[in-house]
Design a protein around this ligand. Structure first.
Ligand SMILES: NC(=O)c1ccc[n+]([C@@H]2O[C@H](COP(=O)([O-])OP(=O)(O)OC[C@H]3O[C@@H](n4cnc5c(N)ncnc54)[C@H](OP(=O)(O)O)[C@@H]3O)[C@@H](O)[C@H]2O)c1
Length: 348
């Protein structure tokens, strides 16, 4: 690639926006050239508008960029979106209408029939919805989304088993506090405690999983016809959502075949050598007490999903654990990998 593609971030001052800024620093294909946020931040230098909450310091070059209002026009063609969900619907649509490709982390458009809910390792063909989206809505650009942070740990854990036919899924999450943004859950509520409720999370996990693992039929996705039941809990880990999965499979594969399926999983982004595609995409750990959020969430630059503890399940067929970094694999890194796939497919 000759020169880097300029990109922007909508909602650059927020928690996920900061993860985009950090994740894009030194990216071989993309150069962060434009930052957008609310009118509270517009007109200020990024360093003045942002309270940097990530480890390490704000990248110097980005610190000097001036934040702009999230209005289409001056922004680069490719924008990542990390805007507050209360404003993302209309602003993302306005950018798409004006010819921008919006690669969004917000939940707003994920379940719309003509919007890809993309995980490049699982459903790269769902990108075929983009031309149909343009035709239907009269947009010159488009919107592509990535899943919720807990859904990514579930779907990436299940992806190697899709070939056996997934019939039922029961999942219980242990979700890190960083998933609630900043300042998130009050320390008095979460320290020494578990909160067995995260608003709308169970519904999102269930329907997003069926869409991601669904089949593209002409102009829409037929959801995976599998029952998915989620229990979502907030726990006192900082980063990394750990999910305990039980699964019923149509083909009654032996445990060795199921175990091997994790090692044999070799999806498209890894074969294409996309810059943010971790190798491996899914790592099976043999240790009987892994994966653990503190020890394993940052594997593969936060992009590898780690699984372990595969065993037979007396209720469904098999059970195991899956761990994904919620703000990297479940947010900024997921969107950047989506854009890399879009670039390699000629959509950008
Ligand atoms: N936190 C997570 O781990 C996580 C994970 C996955 C997905 N998400 C999703 O990602 C999105 C961002 O989450 P967050 O935790 O980063 O939120 P946040 O820290 O509250 O940041 C929100 C961002 O939206 C901007 N914004 C607010 N009102 C705006 C407006 N009217 N026009 C343009 N920009 C506006 C804010 O700009 P100002 O600074 O100028 O107000 C800020 O940059 C949400 O949709 C959330 O559901 C979050």
């Amino acid at each position: 690639m000759q020169s880097k593609i300029q990109v922007g971030v909508l909602g650059a001052t927020g928690m996920v926006g900061q993860h985009f800024v950090r994740f894009l620093e030194g990216h071989p294909w993309f150069e962060l050239a434009w930052l957008g946020a609310s009118d509270r931040s517009a007109g200020k230098k990024y360093r003045e508008a942002t309270v940097w909450r990530l480890e390490g310091s704000m990248p110097d070059r980005v610190a000097e960029l001036t934040v702009e209002e999230c209005k289409p026009g001056n922004a680069p063609k490719l924008v990542f979106s990390a805007m507050d969900a209360s404003v993302a619907t209309e602003i993302e649509r306005a950018f798409a209408d004006c010819g921008h490709m919006v690669v969004s982390n917000s939940r707003n458009h994920r379940m719309e029939a003509d919007v890809p809910l993309l995980v490049p390792e699982i459903n790269p063909d769902h990108l075929k919805l983009v031309p149909l989206q343009r035709e239907k809505r009269g947009w010159k650009g488009g919107i592509v989304t990535n899943p919720n942070c807990s859904t990514i740990a579930l779907t990436m854990g299940l992806a190697p088993l899709v070939k056996f036919g997934i019939e039922k899924v029961l999942v219980t999450t242990m979700q890190a506090v960083s998933g609630a943004g900043y300042p998130g859950v009050a320390s008095m509520d979460i320290l020494g405690n578990v909160i067995p409720y995260i608003g709308s999370e169970e519904e999102k996990m269930e329907c997003e999983t069926q869409k991601i693992l669904g089949t593209l039929n002409g102009g829409s996705v037929t959801p995976l016809p599998a029952a998915v039941s989620a229990h979502c809990n907030r726990v006192a880990s900082v980063d990394g959502h750990l999910v305990a999965i039980s699964v019923a499979l149509r083909d009654k594969a032996g445990i060795e075949s199921v175990r091997r399926a994790f090692d044999e999983f070799d999806p498209l982004p890894q074969r294409l050598n996309l810059p943010s595609a971790p190798k491996p995409a899914v790592l099976y750990m043999e240790d009987k007490d892994r994966p653990q959020p503190r020890r394993d969430a940052l594997r593969g630059n936060g992009m590898t999903v780690t699984v372990g503890r595969l065993r037979e399940c007396p209720v469904l067929d098999y059970k195991f654990l899956s761990l994904g970094h919620n703000t990297i694999r479940g947010a900024a890194g997921a969107a950047v990998l989506n854009a890399e796939l879009m670039r390699s497919e000629g959509l950008i």
